[in-house]
Design a protein around this ligand. Structure first.
Ligand SMILES: Cc1cc2nc3c(=O)[nH]c(=O)nc-3n(C[C@H](O)[C@H](O)[C@H](O)COP(=O)(O)O)c2cc1C
Length: 157
């Protein structure tokens, strides 16, 4: 077995059965059997430290929308990694997905504001899974993960 050269980090808050299914699908998609050169790791935002971000070649962020903003978990992640990563991770390719009961816009704005500050590079449109939970969200998450890993492997970003 060969060692993957590129690290894809998934930092996702998954507090419910549905969001856990979404995260599992992103992970499964990113670990597509045709993608050999990307090692994928998923962590809770609470467990993610600046060193994890510094070691990553690309990041997928995942969160629920709570009270019109990203989850406190993802905000805590940003609060802790912002300054340790600011000078080191400019240009880092990232993408994010949101599970929102009915909206998602405040969360999208919040993530894009912080990542603009970090000068990360958004390489894929956000996936916003809004409203009543639908099975199709799981397929969308899987595709989202595959696209990101495939892009990283191919050197598209
Ligand atoms: C305290 C709380 C606040 C929430 N606020 C929002 C909100 O502002 N906007 C929104 O779209 N959904 C909101 N939701 C719904 C969550 O985004 C949704 O329940 C969560 O993503 C989990 O999805 P699930 O029910 O499919 O597991 C909120 C849920 C909770 C518990």
């Amino acid at each position: 077995m060969t060692m993957a050269n590129k690290q894809l980090l998934i930092v996702a808050h998954a507090p419910s059965e549905n969001t856990r299914a979404m995260l599992d699908a992103v992970l499964e998609g990113a670990r597509h059997p045709d993608i050999d050169d990307v090692a994928v790791t998923a962590k809770s935002p609470f467990d993610t430290v600046p060193e994890d971000v510094l070691a990553a070649h690309a990041i997928i962020l995942g969160t629920t929308e709570n009270l019109g903003y990203m989850s406190g978990a993802l905000k805590d992640f940003f609060d802790r990694i912002y300054y340790p990563c600011l000078e080191e991770t400019q240009g880092l390719p990232f993408a994010f997905y949101i599970r929102a009961g009915h909206d998602g816009t405040g969360t999208r704005r919040g993530i894009e504001t912080i990542t603009t500050g970090l000068r990360w590079r958004e390489v894929q449109d956000p996936l916003v899974c809004r409203g009543e939970f639908k099975e199709e969200f799981v397929a969308q998450c899987e595709e989202f993960g595959t696209l990101m890993a495939a892009g990283l492997e191919a050197g598209v970003f």
